[in-house]
Ligand binder design. Structure first.
Ligand code: MG
Length: 236
């Protein structure tokens, strides 16, 4: 097998994430229903998140601040202190939300480890929250390294792989996001296995998805349960 190391994304690859965001988003819609129409809120929240990415980065704390900013922008003086407190509470609940593993996640990581592959969990978001999720997932002991990164671009992967002494051409990244899990790894000469998640965040869509899918080093599987069948088929 040419593959010597395997990276797993965390959110919406090994464990559910966007489902909890969606529940919180619904609560915010309900909370602000008297102030603003739902579609206006949705569009404005996404725009605020996009704008704030380079200031706050990814994760629940960034989402919470973007919720409050959006509410203030849309409701203005009508927003009450109780509303702001409810938004903060929604964010805290999201941080405390139990880690729900996706089907086949633990088996896939155990399988990779048993194959002698170097296993690296590469996840982005709040350092504190991501480390807490890794700990609660129970996978921390099964992987060789955990990389919590602020952004998943070519430079970040390059640094993370170098730190772990992994040659990109012998590396496969498994994840749900084409933009952050597949594109940069393919660009580095590595391999990518896309495991789609129905709720992938709108800001994770890639610009050139057809080109990514056409790469000979790209595979797509319906779930992590397929990992033991797809990884051994990757070769030059
Ligand atoms: Mg993900």
């Amino acid at each position: 097998m040419v593959i010597e190391a395997i990276g797993f994304d965390g959110d919406d690859t090994l464990w559910q994430s966007e489902t909890a965001f969606a529940i919180t988003h619904d609560r915010v819609r309900a909370l602000l229903a008297s102030h603003v129409p739902r579609d206006v809120l949705d569009a404005q929240l996404l725009e605020t998140e996009r704008r704030n990415l380079e200031i706050y980065g990814y994760g629940v704390k960034a989402f919470t601040l973007s919720m409050i900013e959006t509410a203030l922008d849309l409701a203005g003086e009508a927003l009450t202190a109780a509303d702001v407190r409810a938004l903060l509470d929604a964010g805290k609940e999201l941080l405390a939300h139990p880690v729900e593993m996706l089907p086949g996640a633990e088996d896939a990581v155990r399988w990779a480890s048993a194959q002698g592959l170097q296993v690296v969990l590469i996840t982005k978001g709040d350092l504190f929250h991501q480390e807490s999720k890794v700990a609660r997932s129970g996978l921390g002991e099964l992987v060789d390294a955990v990389e919590v990164v602020a952004e998943k671009d070519v430079a970040t992967y390059q640094r993370a792989l170098r730190r772990n002494r992994v040659d990109p051409t012998n590396f496969v990244m498994v994840g749900n996001a084409l933009r952050s899990d597949a594109a940069p790894v393919l660009e580095l000469g590595g391999w990518a296995v896309h495991v789609p998640h129905p709720l992938t965040w709108a800001l994770e869509a890639a610009d050139d998805e057809d080109a990514l899918r056409a790469s000979p080093r790209f595979r797509e599987v319906p779930s992590l349960i397929e990992i033991p069948t797809v990884i051994p088929t990757l070769d030059h």
